[in-house]
Design a protein around this ligand. Structure first.
Ligand code: RB5
Length: 149
């Protein structure tokens, strides 16, 4: 599995923590910034990651900002992206099993690094259950197709 990760200035510490986790558990990743300690605009980081995941260059994406909200809003504008804002381990598991999310978003001002690690580990290792859930996400994909016309 190949993961694209990015954060704005509000998510730098958790981004580093999650990179360490992925090294520990042997997940290949690429870091798409930000590099800076100054204020940046989260769509500039969310959208490139979402586009790369949607294009199949990466299997999954991980985005972190202050709340996780801006990143998730931006990522979900990209066709084919199912991004969940997750701050608990139960949702991390269910959003893989039921929603087949391909991006997860978290807020560094909301949760600590330890919980973020557990969330990501759960999310990376939980499979989609398909079945009735595939029908449901299929309806979202159908809507995306139609609204493009
Ligand atoms: C930046 O101050 C903050 O707005 C951003 O990190 C994020 O929380 C937006 O949703």
């Amino acid at each position: 599995m190949k993961v694209a990760i990015a954060s704005d200035h509000g998510g730098l510490n958790i981004r580093e923590e999650i990179k360490s986790l992925m090294e520990e558990i042997g997940i290949e990743y690429e870091d798409f910034g930000c590099e800076c300690q100054t204020s940046v605009d989260y769509p500039d980081y969310a959208l490139p990651v979402a586009q790369k995941v949607a294009a199949g260059e990466f299997d999954r994406g991980i985005l972190i900002c202050g709340t996780g909200i801006g990143m998730s809003i931006a990522a979900n504008k990209v066709k084919g992206i199912r991004c969940a804002l997750v701050h608990d381990v139960y949702s991390a598991k269910l959003t893989r099993q039921h929603n087949d999310t391909n991006i997860i978003s978290m807020g560094e001002r909301v949760i600590g690094a330890g919980l973020a690690r557990e969330i990501v580990q759960t999310w990376l290792t939980t499979d989609f259950e398909a079945g009735r859930h595939a029908t449901r996400i299929g309806k979202i994909a159908e809507y995306e197709e139609k609204s493009e016309q």
